[in-house]
Design a protein around this ligand. Structure first.
Ligand SMILES: C[S@@+](CC[C@H](N)C(=O)[O-])C[C@H]1O[C@@H](n2cnc3c(N)ncnc32)[C@H](O)[C@@H]1O
Length: 225
């Protein structure tokens, strides 16, 4: 078994086992691996998912800028969209690539065939791509404690991912200037981090809300690097 300590968080280590990658929290004595077959229930209920009401047009091309464990991307792909998923965290990328290789269900494998997985910072990708996406999706880590009983995956995500709201705001600001796409931002129902933007509509659920914005490339002075 190969064990790789992560510089950003020494208490979390990545292990390559015969069953694929496992991450371990050595302080809490917890471990997790990622299985996309576990998403079957949420994907069966995809029509009832809030994302189905927000991404109204089907067959859309969607850039998921904050891939994480790809739950949202999987729902969006299962609804018939084509996704390019980006994540800049190497540990999350290892789990994603490993989980995709381990898929057992043909249905889930088909859904994930609609998801391209890319490593890197989403704003670098946006600066360098010539492809037009119908939608650009952001789900940065929430700034508040999401729930009293977070799932194991959520607990690990909180340990692994560093979040800087000012950086996130800058990324959204620059994206608006660079694209003509519709932009969707997810945030916790009780936070208001994105009020500074021209929000066209907000779709509210029980615990999260989604804001719809519009890219303004071509309308105003283009953002200078
Ligand atoms: C809350 S999670 C997203 C969860 C995801 N929507 C899901 O359904 O599993 C946020 C993710 O965004 C990634 N992230 C944050 N800022 C990023 C950036 N600038 N570029 C690429 N990925 C980023 C983090 O590494 C983290 O994995």
């Amino acid at each position: 078994m190969l064990s790789i300590p992560l510089p950003a968080s020494p208490k979390i280590t990545l292990h390559k086992t015969s069953d694929g990658y496992v991450i371990r929290d050595n302080e809490k004595n917890m471990k997790m691996s990622l299985s996309f077959d576990d998403y079957s229930k949420i994907l069966l209920d995809n029509k009832k998912h809030q994302l189905n009401k927000i991404f109204k047009a089907k067959n859309s091309s969607i850039l998921d800028c904050t891939g994480g464990f790809a739950r949202d991307a999987a729902v969006l792909a299962s609804l018939g969209n084509n996704i390019t998923l980006i994540d800049r965290n190497p540990l999350i990328m290892s789990l994603l690539v490993d989980a995709r290789e381990k898929i057992k269900s043909d249905d889930i494998r088909y859904i994930f065939s609609r998801i391209k997985i890319r490593f890197g910072n989403c704003i670098e990708f946006i600066r360098n791509t010539s492809k037009h996406f119908d939608y650009i999706y952001f789900d940065f880590m929430f700034n508040i404690n999401k729930s009293a009983l977070p799932s194991k995956n959520e607990q690990f995500l909180r340990e692994i991912v560093k979040n800087d709201i000012n950086e996130n705001i800058d990324i959204i600001h620059e994206t608006i200037q660079r694209v003509k796409s519709k932009i969707i931002i997810k945030e916790h129902i009780s936070s208001n981090d994105y009020d500074i933007f021209d929000i066209i509509n907000t779709y509210k659920g029980k615990t999260v809300k989604y804001h719809l914005l519009e890219g303004k490339s071509g309308y105003r002075k283009i953002y200078k690097q």
